[in-house]
Structure formats: structure tokens, C-alpha cells
Design a protein around this ligand. Structure first.
Ligand SMILES: [Zn+2]
Length: 349
């Protein structure tokens, strides 16, 4: 196992990343998508060691498709004085990735990012997106203030290799990296004068760009109810109304994976809020995603959201390991918390 980066190295990584946001040239939103994609892949495929991580450009392209899919649909504020339309992601002609995805969606109108994978045209879509990602953001991301500073990755044919220590830092600071990239992405879209007539004073841009639509959440809830009835995952009480809750909080990992959704009655949901769930819940969740794997996969296919048990498990492993190392508390029930200790991380072995 390679040594993990020292605290100084981690700090210098964050400083560089901040410089990248401050000094990088962002004519399109691609670079934000690339940073989010690399951080997601580091969480899902990486480990907590200081080694390098090899990523295929196609796996990065698949993340781009997932990220931009929703954004190829017209955005509408529904308010007077604004017109619905597809948001511009580029200061000039619209971004090629968007055009390619939009074309694909026109030829397969019912497809979702997930069901698209089984369609005949998908390999060509991946290839085209991977070509653009390779020629543009991967090529230019590491240019800071007019100079190349190769601090994140090196490239070889068809692959991107995160340098030693980089995927460790991306995992460690994932929520921060996501938040930075998302807020700059939103900002970029707001500042683009082409979007003026669409946006007006809209304030729901973050939800439109990055969150699972309410309608889809309702469908996920209906699917989960078929598995366990309207029972709260945390306290077991049967509730007339149940919410769809992120087991690993959305604030910690803002990407919706089907295996990470459970039903919770509103009081438990509110009380748990943005904390991780305590050991008995974690053990039950690990059992739940194994026992109901096939059904969860099916719900994912129906609603078109990613259903990936391995990724969900790695996200939880990562979330709890970070919590244990920072001395965080986990939520047991209303008003009762306990420290995240070694027994938590042992669950994943
Ligand atoms: Zn409850």
C-alpha cells in the first residue's frame, strides 16, 4: 500500500484546486463536469491509499452523459417574462456534448441515462462524448494562469491516470469539491448572457441541474413501498405517509443512486437530517441492498436513475471512514447520537 498524502500535501492539493477554479479559463461548463466526474469515480472506484488510479475515458464519458442528460431538456421557470429553452453551457455555439446527447434522445425519446446503455446507439454516443472530453476538458483542465500544471492526472491512449495521492484527496474532500464545482457551474450558466431570457430571477437552477425531479422521487417511493410496505426504515413504524430518504445524506454525497434510497416517516427523516445513520441502521441497510438487489435494480430501470450496488456500497464505505476519522456522530433515533467508531468500518470488510 502506498503511503497516503501528508497533511501538507493535502493542503497543497486543495490550494491548487482553488487556484484552478480561480484562474482556469472556463468558456464552457465542461471542466466543472470533469471535476465532478473525477471526484465521483474516485469515490466509486478508488481506495483509501495514496496510489494512482487508472480511469478509462469511456467511464468519464458515461459520467458526462449522466450529468448533462437532464440539462438537454428545456428549462422553464414558468414565470411571466421568461421563455422555456435549453440552457446554454458555452459562451459561443452550444456545447457539443449537449448536442450529441440531444440527438440521441430524439432518436430514443423514452430512454433514460440508464436504459440508454442497452440501446444499439449507446456505444457510438459514448465514443463521441469520450472524444470531446478527451480533446477539450481533459486537454485543458490543468492549465492554470496560462501555464500547464500537471497536478491531477497524466494521459495515455484512452485512459486518464490520476497521479499518486490525487484520488485519495478527491475522496477525502469530495463534498467540498462537488460543492465548489456545482456552484461555479450554476454561476457560469447564470452569467451567460444567452441564458438571460430563460432565467429571469429563477432560483431553482440547482434543483434543475443536479437533483432528482420530485416526480421521479415519488416513483422511487412507490417502488420501495412494494418491497417493505409503508414502513419507516429507521424505527419500523408503519406510517400513512413516508418520505424518500437518502441513507448516506445528499449533503455528503450529492448524487442519487437507487440503493441509497430508503423510506422514512417524516419525523425520523427530519430528525436524521444530514447525519449518517448509526450502526444498527447501517447493518440493516447493508442487508437490505443485498436482499433486494434485483428489485432495486428494477426500480432504477423503471425510473431511469443509476442503480449500482457496488458504487452505493463504496460511497457508504467512504462516508463512514471519513466520519470515523473526523470523530463524527451518527444518528440512532430522535435526539440520540453515538460516535462513529471502528465497529462501523468493520461492517464493510
Ligand atoms: Zn421512523
Amino acid at each position: 500500500m502506498t503511503l497516503v498524502p501528508s497533511p501538507e500535501a493535502q493542503l497543497s492539493f486543495l490550494t491548487k484546486l482553488q487556484r484552478l477554479f480561480a484562474e482556469g479559463d472556463f468558456t464552457a461548463t465542461y471542466k466543472f463536469a470533469l471535476i465532478i466526474a473525477l471526484a465521483d469515480l474516485a469515490v466509486e472506484l478508488g481506495a483509501d491509499d495514496g496510489g494512482a488510479l487508472r480511469l478509462s475515458n469511456r467511464s468519464i464519458a458515461a459520467k458526462f452523459i449522466e450529468l448533462y442528460w437532464q440539462q438537454t431538456a428545456p428549462y422553464s421557470t414558468g414565470r411571466a417574462g421568461t421563455a422555456p429553452g435549453v440552457l446554454a453551457q458555452n459562451n459561443g455555439a452550444n456545447a457539443a456534448v449537449l448536442t450529441v446527447i440531444a440527438e440521441f434522445r430524439q432518436s430514443s425519446p423514452v430512454a433514460t441515462p440508464l436504459s440508454a446503455r442497452t440501446l444499439a446507439g449507446y456505444p457510438a454516443l459514448i465514443r463521441r462524448v469520450a472524444d470531446t472530453v478527451s480533446a477539450q476538458p481533459l486537454q485543458y483542465l490543468q492549465n492554470l494562469g496560462g501555464q500547464r500544471d500537471q497536478f491531477l492526472y497524466e494521459r495515455a491512449r484512452g485512459v486518464t491516470i490520476l497521479l499518486p495521492g490525487v484520488h485519495y484527496c478527491l475522496r477525502r474532500f469530495q463534498p467540498l469539491v462537488q460543492q465548489l464545482a456545482r456552484s461555479r457551474w450554476i454561476d457560469h450558466i447564470k452569467r451567460n448572457r444567452l441564458n438571460g431570457p430563460l432565467l429571469g430571477e429563477a432560483d431553482d437552477l440547482e434543483a434543475f441541474l443536479f437533483e432528482t425531479p420530485r416526480q421521479t422521487l415519488a416513483e422511487i417511493g412507490a417502488g420501495l413501498r412494494l418491497l417493505n410496505g409503508s414502513r419507516c426504515f429507521y424505527c419500523g413504524s408503519t406510517a400513512h405517509e413516508v418520505d424518500v430518504d437518502h441513507f448516506v445524506p445528499f449533503s455528503l454525497y450529492p448524487r442519487d443512486l437507487i440503493h441509497n434510497f430508503v423510506l422514512a416517516h417524516p419525523a425520523c427523516n427530519r430528525s436524521k437530517s444530514d447525519t449518517l445513520a448509526a450502526l444498527p441502521h447501517l447493518e440493516r441497510w447493508l442487508e437490505h441492498i443485498t436482499r433486494h438487489h434485483d428489485s432495486l435494480q428494477e426500480i432504477g430501470h423503471t425510473v431511469g436513475r443509476p442503480a449500482d450496488r457496488v458504487a452505493s456500497r463504496s460511497v457508504a464505505t467512504w462516508g463512514y471512514a471519513n466520519a470515523a476519522s473526523s470523530g463524527a456522530q451518527a444518528w440512532l433515533r430522535a435526539g440520540l447520537y453515538e460516535p462513529v467508531g471502528a465497529s462501523y468500518t468493520n461492517c464493510f470488510v
